[in-house]
Design a protein around this ligand. Sequence first.
Ligand SMILES: Nc1ncnc2c1ncn2[C@@H]1O[C@H](COP(=O)(O)OP(=O)(O)OP(=O)(O)O)[C@@H](O)[C@H]1O
Length: 295
Amino acid sequence: MTEPALRAVGLSKHYGRRRALADCTLDIPAGRVVGLVGPNGAGKTTLLQLAAGMLRPTAGTIEVLGGRPGSGGAQLARVGFVAQDAPTYAGLSIADHLRFGASANPRWDQAAAEERIAALGLDPSHRAGKLSGGQRAQLALTLAIAKRPELLILDEPVASLDPLARREFLKVLMGFTAEHGASVILSSHLVSDLERVCDYLVVLVGSRVRVAGDVDDLVAGHFRLTGARCDPADLPAGVHVIEESHTERQSTFIVRAGGPPDTFAFTAEQLTLEDLVLAYMSQAASARPMLEPAR
Ligand SMILES: Nc1ncnc2c1ncn2[C@@H]1O[C@H](COP(=O)(O)OP(=O)(O)OP(=O)(O)O)[C@@H](O)[C@H]1O
């Protein structure tokens, strides 16, 4: 049986008295492109750094590809991580970075790395400290992909890329997963990008996982119900309200349900992924009780 890409049970992380992640339970299957989304300060970087073995949990457990994050060379070789600020060595050239990557990684793909640097129009003799922020991000992403990891963890990888570079990079990422059967977990605020490349989504708000699951299942299981003004208690059984809004005469509910709610009192529409994410974010803002993560 394939190990999950990431399994967390009751995972929490505190920085001193500040809670960054609370009681997070997740089971992310391998071979997927997973989008991690949530507002600023939600805990995304904390979760990704725990998965990369750069932080230790305060409570609970986390496993990545069946192993403890950061536990030895073999585990580290299986996981590629690009931090939010795309760290590189300012004094070293691009070619030096590639040489270093080759010496440190058993499955290093030098040809793919050189090809990508050329495709980006970067001069290998150029020092990393002289690159723009976006070029530095491209270098860090190239190094992570050339490592040929089984799981690639990317913290806001496209934030500093221009729209064309972003599209090109997401294409490279999809090619990488299709070709090597690798898993990818990436965080982003750009839900439209995630919608294009991700087949699994985790929404993290206020340190907690609000919802997680297959993108297709999530989209198929959420609806916007519109009808005459009423109370959530008037909705059919089996419907969980995520968000509600009311005018004098009309009520609109974003709900989670097993299928289109069986009622003549409302019109039901399916949501886009972006609507769904925004609904969970506003649910958290209004402190509605949390749903169990979808399986
Ligand atoms: N080193 C640290 N020391 C203290 N608090 C921290 C530290 N790193 C993060 N935090 C706090 O933990 C919480 C979660 O931060 P985190 O960086 O994981 O969020 P995020 O979802 O990645 O945010 P963003 O989208 O802004 O990057 C925030 O309240 C943040 O202030």
